[in-house]
Design a protein around this ligand. Structure first.
Ligand code: URA
Length: 247
């Protein structure tokens, strides 16, 4: 039986993408012994903060503020290190996330894991969430009324975790958090500011392409752009910036 060239191409592209974000990257350092320990997280947050974050997660599991509440298998409140310096915010759960109640666990999530690893970080170092806590049917775009109903959960999670940098994955996350109609291509590549609420100091926000977009629009140029964005995040945090040593 002849194999489908499109499937073969997609498999090859996926393997190359994984290689780009997992292979051939080394951290340029003088001597590891001279390097200060990497500060990937901040001071642990208070028991009260952790309790409130758990309460928010519980509220999202019971939420019926929009129609998605009656369509989901599981809400996906977000997860990760509550003392994270970096917070990743995506669009909305997909089918795998809806099944497991965890963010970014499908194909796009596997690529996000590779990007995080390429940064010299672990998934446990960061916090990962979404604009919407429930899956839109057939992965359609979030509706404005769904974003309006859901966004207070994320806003409070950001206030409580108070990361130093938010990485907005894709157009929906970037446009929602920055309250702008600008395209992701115009927004990415530079820091913006997200202001959680009155009296809270702004948090730096780096928009970049969504991993699912990268998988669909595979090109060296797009992969490089995401990597350039992440290098800026690491430099801003004073973390070692891995250099690509391979081809
Ligand atoms: N895409 C998203 O935006 N979020 C997820 O959690 C998974 C895929």
């Amino acid at each position: 039986m002849k194999s489908n060239p499109d499937i073969k191409k997609a498999v090859r592209q996926h393997a190359e993408m994984a290689e780009f974000f997992s292979g051939g990257l080394t951290v340029k350092t003088n001597s590891p012994a001279l390097q200060p320990p990497q500060q990937t997280t901040r001071q642990p947050c208070s028991p009260e903060t952790i309790k409130e974050l758990e309460d928010i997660a519980e509220q999202t599991r019971k939420c019926r503020k929009c129609e998605l509440g009656s369509l989901r298998k599981n809400a996906v409140p977000g997860e990760g290190n509550t003392s994270a310096r970096i917070m990743f915010v995506g669009e909305a759960p997909g089918a795998d996330e809806d099944t497991q109640g965890r963010p970014f666990v499908g194909r796009a999530g596997q690529l996000l894991d590779k990007i995080i690893a390429a940064c010299g970080l672990k998934r446990q170092d960061v916090w990962i969430g979404n604009i919407l806590k429930c899956r839109p049917p057939d992965n359609r775009d979030p509706k404005p009324e769904e974003i309006i109903a859901c966004i207070p959960y994320l806003q409070r999670q950001i206030e409580l975790i108070n990361p130093e940098i938010i990485v907005a994955l894709g157009a929906h996350a970037a446009k929602t958090l920055l309250d702008t109609p600008k395209a992701i291509g115009q927004l990415r590549g530079m820091f913006h500011e997200y202001t959680p609420g009155l009296g809270h100091k702004p948090i730096k926000l780096m928009p970049t392409f969504h991993p699912a977009y990268l998988l669909r629009n595979y090109s060296d140029d797009n992969r490089r752009k995401v990597w350039e964005d992440m290098k800026k995040v690491l430099a801003e945090l004073g973390l070692p910036v891995p250099e690509k040593t391979g081809k």
